[in-house]
Design a protein around this ligand. Structure first.
Ligand code: NI
Length: 168
């Protein structure tokens, strides 16, 4: 593997596919892929990154940061890797906020998302995780899970006129 991946950009067929379920829990390959996702997320200053964005059509994403230059106003989110994730509850309460995406560079758009969610996923060793998340963390999980189903955030926007250019 090279030191960093080229991020796959919107329009590429890889980002339109439904990613495959992971079955090789505990394997060296899976552990290395997760480390590589964290490495790329940090290199590109992402708050999250999904495996299809680096060319691996698998149901895995990682997220989390202490402080992020692209979202300077957001509080820290614990670093987490989720495998074969599903959202099992969405709050009716939704919030609109600006989102960006490493696959849609230099653009932000206003996206409505459930304020809180409950999710189920697996750890790298195949243990089941079930947790609730809210606010920015819930937004990241909804955004990254969409990548595993071939959805990029502009497809979730209700007002395309809110798209805007950003330096970061
Ligand atoms: Ni994204």
């Amino acid at each position: 593997m090279s030191s960093t991946a080229n991020i796959i950009k919107v329009g590429d067929s890889l980002l339109k596919m439904k990613a495959s379920l992971v079955t090789d829990f505990g394997s060296k390959t899976l552990k290395e892929l997760i480390q590589y996702l964290f490495h790329n997320m940090e290199h590109y200053n992402g708050v999250g990154i999904a495996a299809p964005q680096i060319g691996e059509s698998k149901r895995i994403f990682v997220y989390g940061f202490e402080k992020n230059p692209r979202y300077p106003g957001e509080p820290p989110v614990p670093k987490t890797a989720l495998i074969n994730p599903e959202i099992i509850y969405f709050s009716e309460d939704t919030k609109e906020s600006y989102e960006g995406c490493l696959s849609v560079p230099r653009i932000r758009g206003l996206v409505p998302r459930a304020h809180s969610i409950r999710y189920r996923a697996y750890t790298v060793d195949g243990e089941v995780l079930e947790k609730t998340a809210s606010g920015f963390e819930a937004r990241i999980i909804q955004h990254e899970l969409d990548h595993l189903d071939g959805i990029v955030y502009p497809m979730r926007m209700t007002d395309i006129s809110t798209l805007k250019y950003t330096e970061t």
